[in-house]
Design a protein around this ligand. Structure first.
Ligand SMILES: NC(=O)c1ccc[n+]([C@@H]2O[C@H](COP(=O)([O-])OP(=O)(O)OC[C@H]3O[C@@H](n4cnc5c(N)ncnc54)[C@H](O)[C@@H]3O)[C@@H](O)[C@H]2O)c1
Length: 424
């Protein structure tokens, strides 16, 4: 009998809505031919949430993770190599830094932390402890995004000049949880905007400045009666949260921005989570020879390459324009090939494969000494782009990302830092 592969021992901390998706990622990663992880514990300050997740784990994994409601108690009791932090984002830096200090590697959901000071706390903790921090920013990892990035890198559209990133949806409905509607706990504009920032930077490179208008359009958010944003029954979500009926919003729900990239490209960014009427999505990059359209996140639809002769390439010939495009070995296993240009997985199927890839990646780094794709420094840049928009929204002028990073541009964050105990 072949000896079983050594496994990195993991705990999930934070057992709310997103943790259920991470659990499915663990199940897929562990069962794969390259399986290198094992979930041994789940932890939530709301013990009931941890118990619910452990019950689901028994069904999905066939094993029972230990249930805890305190991170230190869990790390005292068990041998754990890595923690998957899936708490609400106001607590990311507290939980991540504590786990790193305790000598455990960390995979943390995006955004890395709620302010730059909070990000710095995590980066410092990782450096002092000699442990890795990896951020689970999933959007740039989907195959269509990796192909789009390679098309640009390989010159398919010439020099990128303009990126347009737009999402309009949401009306006055509560977005999954109450904390997404308060500035001090991470607004929906920040929580979603970090994804947009990561996508645009992945496609067109570093952002130098952002000039934005921000809004709190919907002052009252009401709970949707039948479904939550990702299509699951609201009752599942509310089993983890008390259904508030409605919430008085204090956090931004819209960002409208003009951006400068270091390359000279310009960005037009619309993120409106209070949009009424048409639900809109657009992700396009225009260059000196052509343009590309990237399909919605998690979609298996192909990228569309528009050329100056009027032709549109949206089939296997895309690969001819992107010779450098390759998925990692694990992603290839998940999506059925190294150079997939479309796939048939539904949204949940694509989602779970990327979550599995993120868990597998940090497990492999722990075993082999490699570096995760999005480390603390890379994730802090993604946070800084989004915070530059929110800072600009209150100063009404352009904000340099470098000023956000070095703490010069901090008016928006000052109140949050005070609320989380990171003020001077
Ligand atoms: N990448 C994506 O596509 C995606 C989608 C949804 C959510 N997310 C991210 O996942 C994270 C969680 O979001 P959610 O919607 O699941 O939130 P949630 O509020 O449903 O769940 C958070 C859980 O963390 C627990 N918690 C809070 N502080 C804790 C602590 N100190 N120790 C232990 N447990 C603690 C809460 O009790 C709750 O059960 C956020 O960072 C969010 O941005 C990512």
């Amino acid at each position: 009998m072949m000896p079983s592969q050594p496994r990195v021992l993991w705990a999930i901390v934070g057992c709310g809505g997103m943790a259920r998706r991470h659990l499915r990622g663990f199940a897929m990663a562990a069962a794969s031919a390259l399986g290198n992880c094992e979930l041994v514990a789940v932890c939530d300050v709301r013990r009931q949430n941890a118990e619910l997740l452990a019950a689901e784990a028994r069904e999905l994994l066939g094993t029972s993770p230990a249930v805890h409601d305190d991170v230190d108690g869990m790390l005292d009791a068990l041998q754990i190599d890595a923690v998957d932090v899936v708490t609400d984002l106001r607590s990311h830096h507290v939980v991540s830094a504590r786990c790193l200090e305790r000598g455990v590697h960390v995979l943390c959901e995006k955004p890395m932390a709620i302010t730059i000071r909070a990000c710095n706390k995590v980066i410092d903790a990782a450096a002092s402890a000699g442990r890795m921090i990896s951020i689970a920013e999933n959007f740039p990892r989907f195959p269509a995004m990796r192909l789009a990035k390679a098309l640009i890198r390989d010159g398919a559209i010439g020099t990128p000049r303009l990126v347009q990133e737009a999402t309009v949806r949401g009306r006055d409905l509560l977005v999954q949880t109450q904390w997404r509607h308060h500035r001090v706990s991470g607004t929906v504009a920040f929580d979603s905007g970090v994804h947009n920032a990561a996508v645009m930077a992945a496609l067109v490179g570093p952002v130098s400045s952002v000039y934005a208008r921000t809004r709190v359009h919907e002052k009252i958010r009401r709970a949707a009666s039948s479904t939550v944003a990702d299509g699951r029954a609201a009752s599942t979500w509310w089993s983890m949260h008390d259904n508030p009926g409605s919430v008085e919003a204090t956090g931004e729900d819209a960002i409208y921005a003009l951006m400068d990239f270091e390359s000279g490209a310009v960005g037009q960014w619309t993120l409106d989570n209070a949009g009424h009427g048409e639900i809109a999505f657009s992700r396009r990059v225009f260059g000196s020879n052509g343009s590309i359209e990237v399909p919605p996140d998690r979609s298996g639809a192909p990228v569309r390459l528009h050329l100056d002769d009027g032709s549109i390439v949206a089939d296997e010939r895309l690969l001819d324009f992107a010779p450098s495009y390759r998925l990692s070995a694990f992603e290839s296993l998940m999506f059925g090939g190294e150079r997939v240009w479309r796939h048939d997985f539904d949204i949940a199927g694509a989602d779970v494969r990327i979550l599995a890839a993120q868990i597998h990646e940090l497990s492999a780094c722990i075993e082999s000494g490699g570096r995760p794709e999005v480390d603390g420094h890379g994730a802090r840049l993604q946070v800084a782009i989004c915070l530059a928009a929110l800072e600009s929204g209150i100063t009404n002028g352009p904000v340099r990302v470098s000023d956000v990073l070095d703490g010069t541009a901090c008016r928006y964050q000052a109140g949050i830092d005070a609320a989380i105990g990171l003020a001077d």
